[in-house]
Design a protein around this ligand. Structure first.
Ligand code: T46
Length: 133
């Protein structure tokens, strides 16, 4: 099965423009405990380079684009996040990297848990060990 699980957000547009509603346990497949967004990323900067032990997230570029890599320790897939109506679900024990941020990129992330630095695996060899255990 592909690592890339798209989550589609139907645009509720009318003659005035577009609106997208993100609802926990409905359009987003978990209860949302935290929301953060990444913006103003400097040229040539890549982010991420870690996995989480117990965290589900949905990431969506509400404006602009970035290239994301997901890796579960055996498969590595990359894709473009470039639509405010299409997010990606990132599950536990998946290594993620974000590259090639457009100047206007705002990457919105919805998370199933509060921030916890001890949940991060920031070393790739340690990540591989934990995927195998
Ligand atoms: C992820 C990708 C997509 C907080 O204090 N609270 C928070 O909720 C977050 C997300 C971060 N921080 C602090 C921790 C660092 O001092 O903000 C700083 C930057 O975080 P980090 O270096 O982890 O940022 P990214 O872009 O590498 O990763 C982030 C998320 O941390 C991560 O969970 O999946 O975006």
């Amino acid at each position: 099965m592909s690592l890339i699980q798209w989550v589609h957000f139907p645009p509720l547009g009318d003659a005035r423009g577009s609106l997208v509603a993100l609802e926990g346990e409905k359009t987003v497949p978990f209860a949302i405990k935290r929301v953060y967004y990444i913006f103003g990323t400097q040229p040539k900067v890549a982010r991420g380079f870690h996995a989480h032990r117990d965290l589900k997230q949905v990431a969506v570029c509400v404006t602009g684009s970035c290239r994301m890599i997901l890796d579960d320790g055996s498969t590595r897939e990359e894709f473009l996040l470039d639509s405010p109506t299409k997010g990606v679900l990132i599950k536990d024990l998946v290594w993620r990297e974000m590259h090639d941020f457009s100047e206007d990129c705002v990457l919105l992330v919805l998370a199933s848990e509060h921030y916890d630095e001890t949940d991060y695996i920031r070393d790739y060899e340690q990540f591989l060990k934990e995927t195998k255990s």
